[in-house]
Design a protein around this ligand. Sequence first.
Ligand code: FES
Length: 174
Amino acid sequence: MKQFSEKGVSRRIFLDYSIRALGAFITAAVGVPIIGYVISPVLAKSKKEEWVSLGLVEDFKPGPPRAVEFTAFVRDGWIESSARRTVWVTTQNGKDFTLFNPHCTHLGCAVYWDANDQKLKSPCHGGVFDPVDGRVLAGPPPRPLDTLPVKVEGGNLYCQYIDFRLGVTDKAPI
Ligand code: FES
């Protein structure tokens, strides 16, 4: 009789462990994907934007920098939206390209092309930049214009848009 009772207890313990293990398995199977879904937009926030085509390479001739506008797909946390972007494209030979973020590195005003002076300028506090390499020629900007990743593929010029911290000497993506 005593032996039967011990068997009954061990069966109960086994059943209890089995149910707990099954519960843990179901919780993990359901919980892990949910956690991944919830935190993935936050993790993705720090990623760069997708590569965007700016047009045919042959349309970019050596000469003054050219402002190119495009619409970018932007994800900020759980919010998805589109945003208008501008980049300045410059080339000396029609093969190698430099792309500038359009924001003055001082406080972020959008730079413009001064055709008379042949310089990129900030409209705010007298910032002046070299149109070839973006270096500061005058004013308070703490660093050159920020260059952006660029590539040529299938005859098209592609840009990866990034914004950077303003008012500091280091080029730090935000
Ligand atoms: S924002 Fe360009 S010089 Fe201040």
